[in-house]
Design a protein around this ligand. Sequence first.
Ligand code: CTP
Ligand code: MG
Length: 225
Amino acid sequence: MSTVCLIPAAGAGTRLAAGRPKAFVDLVGQTILERAVRGVLDADVDAVVVAVPADLVSEAQALLPDCHVVVGGAERSASVRACITAATASFDVDVILIHDAARALTPPDLFRRVVDAVRAGAPAVIPGVPVTDTLKAVEPGGGGERVVATVDRSVLRAVQTPQGFAPDALARAHASGGHATDDAGLAEAAGIPVTVVPGDLMAFKITTEWDLRLARMLLESTGVR
Ligand code: CTP
Ligand code: MG
């Protein structure tokens, strides 16, 4: 039995606007995707399946000789389903991790924490970090936005990847063919209990130019190659 990590990397990177799909943007001498895969392989994962845009399959195969590369879909959930199909056809899996390519600096310890929680019996496991800003609910009004309420942040978590699943739970979550910004969202909709383990600030998602600058500075400050 093995742990397989699925990496959706087929997004356009619209908010980053770097001139090419986000996973293929340079991050200190390697693509964001290569850095993400390296983090996964450092965490004792047995196999990696990556979904990329159709026109970048050959490039991804050349960059990632140890990975199985598939064509992604128009939405993240469709890219994940392309990976699930390939993974379940090729491997005898007991834990499936799903990890955004865009979380390129995720430390190996976080992968292990999620895998351990699935092995301990949780069908769906996600990393979460406390929210530090004061949060306001707003509505349009007053020439801009008007505050409706201050939200109790103590019960909120900002959720990251890798998200871990027992294979049957992940199959049930995706059986509807629905779409959500993460896989736990589909699991929740299917009535599957989702467990939160402590996340890691280094698992932040590179979404905007600001995040890419932060990732570059973090890598350069630690002298990583
Ligand atoms: N993703 C994917 N297939 C899609 C859309 C997203 O595999 N059709 C992946 C992205 O490549 C990324 C992860 O899902 O690794 C999280 O998505 P996000 O950060 O939103 O990336 P993009 O969709 O590329 O960015 P944007 O929304 O700004 O276009
Ligand atoms: Mg997106």
